[in-house]
Design a protein around this ligand. Structure first.
Ligand SMILES: NC(=O)c1ccc[n+]([C@@H]2O[C@H](COP(=O)([O-])OP(=O)(O)OC[C@H]3O[C@@H](n4cnc5c(N)ncnc54)[C@H](OP(=O)(O)O)[C@@H]3O)[C@@H](O)[C@H]2O)c1
Length: 345
């Protein structure tokens, strides 16, 4: 165990929260429930927002700028919860100042920014993880283990979708190109990450989308393919509430994950020639919307002195970003200031 890890094992992990929006509040509410976590500081672009957040969650230090949080030696790890367009700047600032970082999904706007953050974490010897909470969910881990153990034979296909009905007005974050809007980065990252959890990075990508007048994707469908013969069909939308389910079909069976596939509390395994088997979350797993599993994984890794999580490895995050870039290349979505930054596959 590293020196810092040993200290964290004794006194708990001291969290800083960067940004005070919807998911920051949800994450803080879950952290408050963990006895070995303490939120010691919060930063916002506006001091009043930081102070209101601090008041709400009992946080000692409230900053009206990100630099002060990044420089706070009393913070073990910063949770970055800005819109994706600011992830690179916010997480980079923290890493350069020596903080460990948990950064919301999608990890960054594009692969180039993701590679820069990974390089910074390695250069400064800091822990870095994408807040891909789906990968830390106990049932998703169980599903992955079953697939790896051959429960359904060789994986032939994956289906996953995530669509919200909206309607989202043009000024909403999800519609705003300046905030990395569109279905793909915000919602499509889940189906893509689900497929890549089971099959790794795809060898081929086809995609089609319907774009908004502002140029973000209202809905996108993509087919990912692997040389093994596996295919994944992934769909995301901000103009239609889809089933939000997933299924994994193999040569000897299938696994169905019901609505809310990225934070399931049950799934059904169909093995050829056998009765369906249902797998359910245990009482200790908490509410299915809880972000506690990713928070616990960060704290476990920090105490162990690890620089990345085996559940959400940085190479996996980069592989997902490469796929998202490739899909955007095919559907023609570019964000302001990005021209030339999107890599063709
Ligand atoms: N894991 C999940 O389940 C989940 C769920 C929802 C969203 N997310 C991700 O979390 C991130 C934030 O989403 P959200 O729903 O919390 O958004 P949100 O409610 O709009 O909050 C984002 C916060 O970031 C700050 N911010 C806003 N505009 C900014 C800008 N232009 N530059 C820098 N900071 C800005 C603001 O905080 P201050 O005013 O304090 O600066 C704002 O409250 C997104 O990347 C999203 O994809 C994850």
């Amino acid at each position: 165990m590293s020196e810092g890890g040993a200290a964290m094992a004794e006194r708990g992990v001291r969290w800083g929260i960067l940004a005070t929006g919807g998911i920051a509040a949800a994450f803080a509410a879950d952290l408050v429930d963990l006895p070995d976590a303490e939120i010691v500081a919060v930063a916002s672009r506006r001091r009043e927002s930081a102070e209101a957040f601090a008041e709400r969650f009992g946080v000692a230090r409230a900053y009206g700028d990100w630099e002060s949080l990044a420089a706070d030696e009393g913070v073990d790890v910063v949770y970055v919860a800005t819109p994706h367009t600011a992830h690179r700047a916010a997480a980079g600032l923290c890493l350069e100042a020596g903080r460990n970082v948990l950064c919301e999904k999608p990890f960054t706007l594009n692969l180039r920014e993701a590679e820069e953050l990974v390089a910074l974490a390695r250069e400064h010897g800091r822990f870095l993880m994408e807040a891909m909470w789906m990968y830390c969910n106990p049932l998703v881990r169980r599903l992955k283990a079953l697939v790896e153990a051959g429960a359904i034979g060789e994986v032939r296909s994956v289906h996953a979708d995530f669509g919200l009905a909206g309607p989202f007005p043009p000024a909403h974050r999800l519609r705003d190109p300046a905030l990395g809007g569109g279905a793909l980065l915000d919602l499509g990252v889940y189906p893509v990450s689900f497929a890549q959890l089971l099959l790794g990075e795809p060898d081929g990508i086809a995609a089609s989308a319907v774009l908004s007048p502002e140029g973000v994707d209202l809905q996108t469908g993509a087919v990912l393919s692997w040389e093994s013969g596996a295919l994944a069909s992934v769909h995301c939308s901000i103009t239609g509430g889809t089933a939000v389910t997933a299924s994994v079909t193999g040569s000897r069976g299938r696994i169905d994950v019901p609505a809310g596939f990225f934070h399931p509390d049950r799934f059904v395994l169909h093995r050829d020639g056998r009765e369906p088997e249902e797998f359910t979350a245990g009482p200790a797993d908490g509410p299915r919307t809880s972000l506690r599993h990713e928070a616990r994984e960060v704290m476990r890794a920090l105490r162990a002195g690890e620089k990345e999580s085996p559940l959400v490895p940085l190479e996996g995050t980069l592989a997902v970003m490469r796929t998202l870039d490739a899909v955007r290349e095919r559907i023609g979505v570019r964000y302001p200031g990005e021209a030339g930054a999107v890599l063709a596959r």
